[in-house]
Design a protein around this ligand. Structure first.
Ligand code: SPV
Ligand code: MN
Length: 573
């Protein structure tokens, strides 16, 4: 079979190495090629067009010249792989055919695990169907690793529906069907009136086994995969979702059929489903983990005694090894990953390949936010959710992108890295999408990363189970909520019952009061930051964004006058 040939060739060429488990391989990316390179990911813009200050762009002609020059001869003496895939289920209103050309068998192998095969689909396509085209070359290799990383680049030529990726191997820069196609899909969605999002898609199981579907947008490395995997529910997808209005309802599909997930802190206790798959006979590619002498992968915070030595992205690794700047090299990279198909997951939802997708009951926005949002709340209405949750999302940077971690960044809709149209237009599309439907999903925000004054997290890793169940009940109007200036928050007694039932935990009023305190000064500062970014860097922001932020500021100032800076949830009852 071609897929077996691809896998074997990836091993024969040294791009992957077999592990003790015969279904597993490991792939290493270059030392400087461990995450998405935002700075060198550029839209090629025709003369006279401008995508706005938030997007990195260059003149199309100039960009094409640069990329053609870099590609020239880059595949000499290599084999070129041509693959046909389909984004979304086959033969569905959501399907987008994609052709991938690459000289990396690792890239081709990853795509075999992550995407739906499309060769037969291509053969029966109408001639005028729009096709996305991806061209990747790892460039010059030494020990199977791209060496010209300084001339690395991802160039998005949306005029020609083509994305070029050169001198890099890290999947986020090279796998055409993942974030490269997302950028083209956002443009296609803009023209056609649907949404292409950086969202998981899952069924939250409610009372009597009712399944309610949620799509959730969190920036990379902020709990998207672990949320879609929360016990007692079923997963459709963990990263990319297309949403369309069909028969007046918002329906969604998983663009992919696999997971390229962060492996750091996956443990047997907290992530049993993933853990089991990674210890089974399911095919998996590990990347940038440490490989021990007995050919077993190890990753950071895996719940086991740290290894004493092994091979990692820096070569032979030993405790205390430092890089050129004297920084200690961890035994595995923080952004180390696993690549698997979804088919082996015990919690896979049976709608994965439904051509009409699933009806969305709720949309969730969440980031790595230490001091503003409460753990869960529902927006006052669709527009309020789009503006104060989606468009106002901020999150601390993580190892999923190059550069320092832990810096608070503007991350609207968790999609800023991939938005390929002017930001104001993108926000307007979201506002429009919720209008005039028979029933629009509710919009929620979550925050798993809220901290107290001492800098400790105020909620537990597993608490997201309860936030999901509460949101599910809200979608069906089965629990009341408390209206606050920033949205509807849960009632203590409802959470108490959910904590006891789902986690066997005695949830206290003190915990609730701390978690759901409205932090007025921080929220006001946040409104100021978001407003400033829009006024200074987004020329086409819809006026309604400023109006909704103004209203929220007014409500916060009013309550501050009466109750001070920290408003305990008890004030509202
Ligand atoms: C992310 O960083 O959001 C990922 C992995 O899902 S990447 O393929 O790098 O985009
Ligand atoms: Mn992602």
């Amino acid at each position: 079979m071609d897929t077996e040939y691809i896998r074997r060739t990836a091993i024969a060429r040294g791009e992957e190495t077999p592990l003790a488990n015969p279904y597993h391989t490991v792939h290493f990316d270059g030392f400087h090629d461990q995450a998405r390179d935002k700075e060198r990911t550029v839209y090629l813009v025709p003369k006279g067009e401008n995508l706005g200050d938030q997007l990195t762009q260059m003149d199309r002609e100039k960009g094409l010249e640069i990329v053609h020059d870099r590609l020239d001869g880059s595949m000499d003496n290599k084999k070129m792989v041509v693959r046909f895939f389909c984004l979304g289920p086959l033969d569905s209103p959501f399907s987008i055919p994609v052709i991938q050309i690459t000289d990396s068998f690792y890239v081709a192998h990853s795509e075999d695990l992550l995407y739906r095969r499309g060769y037969d689909y291509f053969r029966r396509l109408p001639d005028d169907k729009e096709i996305f085209r991806m061209l990747h070359s790892s460039g010059k290799l030494i020990h199977s690793v791209s060496t010209d990383w300084k001339k690395r680049g991802v160039m998005i030529d949306y005029i020609d529906n083509t994305v070029y990726s050169v001198n890099t191997q890290y999947a986020g820069n090279t796998i055409g069907l993942k974030k490269l196609a997302l950028r083209l899909a956002i443009r296609k969605a803009d023209h056609e009136g649907w949404l292409a999002e950086h969202m998981f898609l899952m069924a939250v199981h409610g009372p009597s086994n009712r399944r309610t579907y949620f799509a959730g947008a969190y920036p990379s490395g902020c709990g998207k995969t672990s949320t879609s995997m929360v016990r007692g529910n079923t997963i459709v997808g963990d990263d990319l979702t297309y949403l369309r209005i069909l028969d007046g309802k918002i329906r969604a599909v998983n663009v992919e059929r696999g997971i390229f997930g962060i492996i750091r802190s996956v443990t047997q206790k907290d992530d049993p489903v993933i853990w089991d798959v990674l210890h089974s006979n399911q095919p998996a590619i590990f990347s940038n983990v440490l490989i021990t002498g007995d050919e077993t992968p190890r990753w950071l915070e895996d719940g086991i005694e740290p290894p004493g030595s092994g091979t990692n992205f820096s070569g032979d690794w030993f405790p205390g090894k430092v890089d050129r700047n004297g920084e200690e090299i961890p035994y595995a990279h923080k952004n180390a990953r696993y690549t698997i198909g979804l088919e082996g997951l015990s919690n896979l939802d049976d709608t994965l390949d439904d051509p009409c997708g699933v009806e969305v009951g709720g949309i969730i926005y969440g980031g790595r936010d230490k001091d503003t949002w409460v753990p869960v709340q529902q927006s006052l209405d669709w527009n309020h959710g789009v503006v104060t949750m989606g468009a106002s999302l901020e999150s601390e940077s993580t190892a999923a992108t190059l550069g320092p971690s832990g810096i608070r960044n503007f991350q609207p809709f968790s999609n800023l890295d991939f938005i390929s149209i002017p930001l104001g237009k993108y926000i307007q599309n979201h506002l429009d999408f919720g209008k005039d439907n028979k029933q629009s999903p509710l919009i929620f925000s979550v925050n798993y990363f809220l901290k107290n004054d001492e800098g400790d997290f105020v909620s537990d890793k597993l608490d997201k189970t309860v936030w999901l169940k509460w949101m599910e009940l809200r979608v069906h109007g089965e629990v009341d909520a408390i209206k606050t200036p920033t949205g509807y928050i849960p009632i203590f007694e409802d959470l108490r019952e959910l904590f006891l039932f789902h986690l066997g935990k005695d949830y206290t009023r003190e915990e609730y009061n701390i978690q759901f305190t409205i932090r007025v000064p921080e929220l006001l500062e946040k409104i100021g930051r978001i407003e400033r970014i829009h006024r200074e860097t987004v020329s086409d922001t819809p006026q309604v964004l400023f109006d909704i932020l103004d209203d929220q500021r007014f409500r916060l100032l009013e309550i501050q006058k009466k109750h001070g800076d920290c408003i305990s949830p008890t004030v509202f009852v």
